[in-house]
Design a protein around this ligand. Structure first.
Ligand code: ADP
Length: 355
């Protein structure tokens, strides 16, 4: 993902390319049978892939929607592998001009997967180029301007576009309608995260027991990427402080040191909740005001931070804005009036001055 202010995010929530990527590539499942969870999505894909292979046709275009780190990019790579084709990857913000897209499309071979991450950030002009490419496997290129303008239609090979988005609501309907398969990825259950952690631990040769894996899994924000990152932190801690083995108590100590609490909330999450409670009397508060107080981009709040808080019920969304739930008050040790019994948690939360 490309945000201007990802520097302010804790490492755990950053996209892969802004943290040290190794060993995440080795942790990525390579085939569908290694992909944990999202069973309905996986089954749909299994059927679509098998049918397309039998007919010797490329797959339909596919759109994956869901919060970062849930496995959208991984699925795109798996699909290419299962279809025995190449994958070409790009992202909405990287395709600035129609020409950028033309360059990619005209080089695609039959059946290739073209993956566009953050497809909702595709500039409008580029998006319009994509429509005939997706529908008719052709692009219309315009030479000259004004009265001399001529269009030339370039034929393309039949390819499969896979789009990933964290904000499907921002996609225009003509674009969305051109995808044959549209699927939402949801947060993972604890038991699925435990499987992912055990799998990653075995690849990375980390000794971990069931309870250790469970402790990391339940604090991983329902997100495989976070689970893998927590595992790495815990591994370092275990190596230096606990003879290399990850048990429940080692995981708990390591994660406490990282500021991750029993619900998997980190500093940014707690700051968001306490800002709503302390500065806005529990809400509702508009996302822009909240973003300004927290000094974060509102897109980062909407796409990266808040989905898990909404899912777990710490935050609720109303037509007037975001509210902190009773659970949030309780979790942070606030009384209903907004007084904290646990003020040291909120060092750094600015109180809104009156007037
Ligand atoms: P997204 O594209 O949705 O942001 P990614 O596909 O990059 O997420 O996934 C982030 C990391 O999480 C991957 O590198 C992979 O190691 C891990 N991961 C994601 N989904 C799964 C899964 N279903 N099973 C195992 N590991 C997964």
């Amino acid at each position: 993902m490309i945000y201007e202010e990802t520097d302010k995010l804790p490492d755990l929530l950053k996209p892969d390319n802004s943290a040290d990527e190794e060993p995440y590539s080795t942790l990525r499942p390579a085939i569908l049978s290694e992909y944990v969870g999202q069973e309905k999505v996986v089954e749909t894909l299994q059927i679509a892939i098998e049918a397309a292979l039998q007919r010797d046709e490329p797959l339909e275009h596919i759109l994956f929607n869901g919060p970062p780190g849930l496995g959208k990019t991984t699925l795109a790579h798996i699909i290419a592998k299962e279809m025995h084709t190449r994958i070409v990857t790009s992202s909405g913000p990287a395709l600035e001009k129609g020409g950028d897209l033309m360059g990619v499309l005209t080089n695609l071979e039959k059946g290739d997967v073209f993956f566009i991450d953050e497809i909702h950030r595709l500039p409008k002009v580029v998006e319009e180029f994509l429509y005939p490419a997706m529908e008719d496997f052709a692009v219309d290129f315009i030479f000259d301007k004004g009265v001399h303008a001529r269009t030339h239609r370039f034929r393309l090979e039949r390819f499969t576009l896979i789009g990933a988005t964290t904000r499907s609501g921002l996609l225009s309907s003509p674009l969305r309608e051109r995808f044959g398969i549209v699927r939402d990825l949801d947060f993972y259950e604890e038991k699925e995260l435990v499987r992912i952690i055990k799998r990653s631990a075995s690849i990375l040769q980390i000794s971990i027991d069931e309870e250790g894996a469970f402790e990391i899994g339940r604090r991983a924000r329902g997100t495989p990427r976070v689970a893998n990152r927590l595992l790495k932190r815990v591994r370092d801690y275990a190596q230096v402080r606990a003879q290399g083995s990850v048990t429940r108590s080692v995981a708990m100590e390591a994660l406490a040191l990282e500021g991750i609490d029993g619900h998997g909330l980190g500093e940014v999450d707690r700051k968001l909740l306490s800002t709503i409670i302390v500065n806005y009397k529990g809400g509702p508060v508009g996302i822009e005001a909240l973003a300004a107080t927290l000094q974060l981009e509102s897109d980062v709040l909407i796409e990266v931070v808040e989905p898990y808080l909404l899912k777990t019920g710490f935050v609720t969304r109303t037509s007037q804005g975001r509210k902190a739930s009773e659970m949030a008050y309780h979790h942070l040790g606030f009384t209903a009036g907004g007084k904290s019994r646990n003020m040291e948690l909120f060092a750094g939360v600015k109180k809104k001055t009156d007037g």
